[in-house]
Design a binder for this molecule. Structure first.
Ligand code: HEM
Length: 179
């Protein structure tokens, strides 16, 4: 099944969709984790953390750690693969950071990862996603800038071109809309 935002946005034109990012909800990012209270005094790398302290993990910083992920803002899925194209176990799995830690780790993580996999696979199988072009036909590169603040943040609005990959995928989407 295709994700709802794809069905509703792109097929009415059937051609090119320019969006200001409002339907691209999958690009939201969590900047900070959930606050926890330390129940017993602890020492971490020389820092004393008294009992009762509130600790907020900075998952954004962890997921942008250059020592774990060089050039972290570069889209580079192959960074997670070894020379044979398999998952490289020496590169830390971002899911071990994004969903929190130990006892209160997100119980919805398997549902979230499966849903994202199906959504992204459906979108990629159905659409060509490319940079939008300006009036002169030149590609517009998104700034890559994010909202300045917020626990959950999104990229600043940007234009993008989303087109059905073929007449067959276009017809399949239109069929879905008629259900
Ligand atoms: C990509 C999607 C998701 C992300 C990035 C995410 C991330 C997180 C994070 C960071 C926490 C806090 C963990 C901590 O306290 O250290 C959390 C908690 C939680 N999440 Fe998720 N989550 C996602 C999807 C879901 C889904 C789909 C569900 C339910 C179906 C869910 C249910 C929960 C619940 C119930 C908690 C509270 C757990 C507790 O405090 O014991 N999450 N999630």
């Amino acid at each position: 099944m295709l994700p709802q935002f794809v069905q509703s946005e792109s097929v009415n034109t059937g051609e090119e969709l320019h969006t200001k990012g409002r339907s691209l909800n999958f690009v939201h990012s969590i900047r900070n984790g959930v606050a926890h209270v330390v129940t017993a005094e602890d020492v971490y790398e020389g820092y004393r953390i008294p009992a009762g302290s509130v600790v907020i993990p900075n998952q954004w910083a962890m997921l942008h750690d250059e020592t774990l992920y060089p050039n972290p803002s570069t889209f580079s899925p192959e960074r997670f693969l070894d020379a044979e194209g398999r998952i490289d176990p020496t590169v830390k799995d971002p899911a071990q950071i994004a969903f929190g830690f130990v006892r209160r780790i997100c119980p919805g993580r398997y549902l979230a990862l499966s849903s994202l996999y199906m959504t992204i696979a459906s979108v990629l199988a159905t659409f060509n996603i490319e940079k939008a072009v300006d009036a002169d036909g030149l590609p517009i590169t998104p700034s890559g800038e994010y909202m300045p603040s917020g626990v959950v943040i999104s990229p600043l609005p940007f234009k993008v071109s989303i087109k059905p990959r073929s007449a067959a995928t276009k017809a399949a989407i239109q069929d879905q809309q008629n259900v």
